[in-house]
Design a binder for this molecule. Sequence first.
Ligand SMILES: [Zn+2]
Length: 235
Amino acid sequence: MKDIDALKELQKIDGEIFTIKVDIEEKPKGLKKLEDDFIAQSLALKELESDLKTIQLEHKEKELDLQSKEAVVKKQKGQVFQVKTNKELYALQLEIEKENADNSLLEDAILLMLEKIDNIIQSIAQEKSKLAHDQIQLNKNKADIELVIKELNEKLEALHSSRKRVIETGVEPQILELYERILENKGELAIVPVEREMCSGCNRSVRPQIVNELRLGKMKTCENCARIIYVQEDE
Ligand SMILES: [Zn+2]
């Protein structure tokens, strides 16, 4: 194989290797966002559960408070028949009225709390079911991506074997070294055709003299982008 033909063959393989490597790098990025969302949702759920605990404790305290206050009123009502004077009776009745009014406010607060507790319990149930669903989806996506990456890695291996076979046909070591150095610098393309007297790597024109030299079979690089250039047989 002529060196230039071997390089063209290598470029074909290296182009595919480049694309696959980009793919392998890009694939897990979509997953990362899903994972981040999932973690954020799990944290939100934990927060809800902690809110629930707090308000349930408060609720218990208020219930106990109400119970002891109602016991006080009950006791005061028992005292109504034991007071000696109208003045004492009046004072006691006032006291009972005030306690009853306070207790009624406390009952309202407890009702509001119960409503809030119900709402939080409902939200927790919704979040839990959503998280369970997302977990399944996430695992599925993970497995899909792992499979795709495994296949891409197998392709890479096969391409590297092909690459080795091309090199083993006997490419001039200095030329191979030049090609690989350019490939490392440019990433995807190290050798490109000249089309209509333009380098197809950088789209800048190639001097006619250089095109002539290429036609004579010389190896040349683009004066602008430094890639190896060649002319197609039919140009
Ligand atoms: Zn160029």
